[in-house]
Design a protein around this ligand. Sequence first.
Ligand code: NAD
Length: 357
Amino acid sequence: MATIVVLRGDGIGPEVVEEGLKVLKAAARRYGIALEFTEALLGGVAIDATGDPLPEETLRRCREADAILLGAVGGPKWDTLPGDRRPERGLLRLRQGLELYANLRPVRVFPPLLDVSPLKRDVIDGADFMIFRELTGGLYYGTPRGIERRGEEETGMDTLIYTTSEIVRIARLAFQAASKRRKKVTSVDKANVLMSSQLWRRVVVRVAQDFPGVTLEHILVDNCAMQIIRNPRQFDVIVTENMFGDILSDEAAVIAGSIGLLPSASLGARGGLYEPIHGTAPDIVGTGQANPIGTILSVALLMRYSLKQEEAATAIETAVERVLAQGYRTADVKQPGTQVVGTRQMGDLIAQAVQTA
Ligand code: NAD
């Protein structure tokens, strides 16, 4: 029996998680996988209930779980809280507490959505790559950090810091993934300016020696930002530090057509946290328009990486493709001649398609 902790979170989080669970349960039934669910609080809802964005009880349950499914956290209601008490800090602490050091974001275009992206069809057709973003180091965690008064002025400060072992473990995952794909790793840094990037590059070169069948190339982050939308087919596996990965993966969402389509997996020594890459979308919360596909594809990654259920994972991905090919769309990816459906109906259609796969 595998235990899944469900963190619905804030904003559209609960709406998309509901549909993710529907599809997860449909796939579990279809493939005879025994699952047990437990709910816990994270983010704004946790602040409202306990004063802490990551209550101790949530961390304990997540530590014991086989996998965690998360919606998203944050929203205007909590925006005025001090930095360390904000919902997003709860998520950062959760990733750190579980040592989930690798954030994996697959980016690919579903053929039925080729014309949804603002990028030209012939640029994105066939794009299929994975971004490995380092998740527990770099600027988002480094110290010293803070805002302090120095004489007449206030000074805001963050620290970009990486150790060899932090770079080695994410680089190894990227090379292992590339070995099973098109055998190319692109390491993204800013080695022309940053010392942390110079170490990053040196360590990645060393790791590459253990993977002679995989080609390694280096690219500066500013050039990478351009290449991702200029010629995305050149990439197979991208590996990069925390903030560069954060920015590049949102940019890559444009290739897929909508931020609502992209899943992610955060992996560490054990367990795994699965969430769509989007936030809580305060502008559409409660309208029933949120696209649940990013969460549903995150559930496919959960099946693949935490439960080792490849067949169920592929069935979910195929079901998504089939429903899109039938012409069903949520509002964010609607096109002329397609049928617009809401969050819940999209979840129902995909769950049905999984069951009849
Ligand atoms: P966002 O991703 O919430 O929204 C950006 C835009 O994309 C909005 O127009 C939104 O309507 C749209 N969008 C997002 N998800 C969608 C979906 N599933 N279907 C259709 N449209 C979708 O980013 P934001 O507006 O910058 O942030 C809103 C809040 O979410 C902030 O409080 C932010 O801190 C938080 N956030 C949380 C996470 C997380 O929990 N991992 C990630 C990013 C942002």
